[in-house]
Ligand binder design. Structure first.
Ligand SMILES: CC(C)(COP(=O)(O)OP(=O)(O)OC[C@H]1O[C@@H](n2cnc3c(N)ncnc32)[C@H](O)[C@@H]1OP(=O)(O)O)[C@@H](O)C(=O)NCCC(=O)NCCS
Length: 131
């Protein structure tokens, strides 16, 4: 798993209990995952197709830094599947895990299109290291 993205938790990101708002975290994850899926699959455009359960392991607090980890776990002709772990940067405490996020490569007309990580490719189980 590669942790390429970090975010500082600030007051505007908190819920009414004073901890990181789950919807804010999901927005960060979705953005990071779509960029990662696009780079790994060598495509310009991907759409979020499916996100499995989010397991919130522990809260994140104001002033903490969270790092977002992604890993390619599979692919089909037009889809890329990732798993995700978010952890606190200093202590490595797990904040949330997502087993399965599916992204679909699309062409300029919004139709599913082929990408570079085809089924059976060694790259599907071994992340690229250029993005
Ligand atoms: C993404 C979208 C274009 C796909 O179109 P579609 O007609 O549903 O596509 P299909 O059902 O033919 O599926 C396309 C591919 O996705 C795969 N797929 C679909 N659902 C999947 C899932 N839950 N898990 C894994 N793969 C999945 C299919 O196997 C197929 O792959 P293949 O052709 O390589 O076998 C369409 O569903 C869509 O526009 N959804 C809304 C996306 C969106 O708005 N996201 C939020 C903002 S980014």
């Amino acid at each position: 798993m590669r942790f390429l993205s970090r975010r500082l938790v600030m007051p505007i990101h908190l819920n009414s209990r004073g901890t990181l708002f789950g919807g804010q975290l999901l927005a960060w994850i979705d953005e990071e995952a779509s960029v990662y899926a696009a780079i790994q699959s060598g495509t310009d455009l991907v759409l979020t197709k499916y996100i499995s359960e989010m397991d919130f392991k522990s809260p994140a607090y104001n002033g903490e830094v969270v790092e977002i980890g992604m890993e390619v776990t599979g692919s089909t002709r037009v889809s890329v599947t990732l798993c995700c772990t978010v952890r606190e940067a200093r202590t490595k405490r797990n904040i949330v895990t997502i087993d399965r996020m599916v992204f679909i490569a699309i062409d300029e007309k919004g139709r599913p299109t082929r990408h570079a990580l085809g089924p059976g490719s060694s790259e599907a189980s071994q992340d690229h290291h250029d993005g």
